[in-house]
Design a protein around this ligand. Structure first.
Ligand SMILES: [Fe+2]
Ligand SMILES: [Fe+2]
Length: 299
């Protein structure tokens, strides 16, 4: 089975299209950062998302996983735009599993209006509803074929304070994750545990407190014995893979699929409980795999 993992496409509306009422507090600052600091970094995001689907078809991908940050400001227009843009990717033969990023739940009004669920609700179904906590839809468990399971927990939350962009997986979800991973129907499969925030950086260290996953240790502890399997994340805008001492599944961060100059993704080939991960990059007009940098997931 072939699995495509991408993240952090950061699609956005032109600044003039964002209604004035949305330009409040953090969004104003975040918007300014995006528009000024990283003004051109995501200019080609819509074309690259289209190219991702071409890549999916060329590579005969069976299942697609996205670890969030579809948007820049999480406005209604952006969420809608993102949903339309990834629609072809959601039609992969064995499905589409994903989580929101912090940019998709940017300010409290987004959560209040349940905007993300409004536009992506039909893609948030779980195969094991008995493990849902907190009114759902997390954790999502999705079986793919006979030997793969994807388990998604949500680490993104609104961050009304502008200097903070960290995330946290609610305790109820960490506990539910433990129960899911111990479930007989999940054990024995190759398990992808997915969330937006990276539990460790490329050097194996935790991310900064104001940018990282606050309860990364609790998350890694819950995943410690997942084997065979892998932890997939985004949020950090470059692609890497890292192993953490005492944690069986290797961490794969997809980076950003669309950020100019650092575009990245991962392709996993899972067979008989083993997996090989091959990085992908953008070569100027299409995504390509980098065969000689492939890693054995179980190493
Ligand atoms: Fe991001
Ligand atoms: Fe993020």
């Amino acid at each position: 089975m072939r699995v495509l993992h991408f993240s952090d496409v950061h699609l956005r509306e032109p600044a003039g299209a964002v209604p004035l009422r949305d330009w409040l507090g953090k969004r104003l600052i975040g918007g300014a950062n995006l528009l000024l600091g990283r003004r051109h970094a995501f200019d080609d995001a819509p074309a690259k998302v289209r190219a991702l689907d071409t890549f999916r078809r060329e590579q005969d991908v069976d299942l697609v996983i996205c670890t969030g940050d579809y948007t820049a400001l999480g406005t209604r227009g952006e969420i809608q735009l993102a949903r339309e843009a990834v629609e072809p990717l959601t039609r992969a033969p064995l499905g589409y599993v994903h989580v929101p990023g912090n940019h998709d739940l940017y300010a409290l009004d987004v959560l209040r209006q349940k905007r993300f669920r409004e536009h992506f609700g039909d893609t948030l179904a779980t195969d094991l509803p008995e493990h849902l906590v907190d009114g759902g839809p997390w954790p999502i468990v999705r079986f793919a074929g006979d030997d793969v399971a994807v388990v998604a927990v949500n680490s993104a939350r609104p961050n009304p304070r502008p200097w903070r962009s960290n995330g946290r997986i609610p305790d109820e979800q960490i506990e539910a994750l433990g129960r899911v991973l111990a479930d007989e129907r999940v054990r024995g499969r190759f398990v992808f545990v997915i969330t937006h925030y990276a539990p460790r950086l490329e050097n194996g260290e935790p991310d900064k407190r104001l940018h990282g996953l606050v309860n990364a240790d609790a998350f890694l502890e819950a995943c410690r014995d997942v084997s065979p399997g892998a932890i997939l994340c985004g949020h950090v805008h470059w692609r890497y893979s890292v192993r953490v001492d005492g944690v069986k599944p290797r961490i794969f961060c997809a980076g950003s699929a669309t950020k100019t100059g650092v575009e990245g993704l991962w392709v996993f080939d899972v067979e008989a409980g083993r997996a090989r991960a091959t990085p992908g990059r953008w070569d100027g007009d299409r995504y390509v795999v980098v065969e000689d940098e492939a890693v054995d997931v179980s190493d």
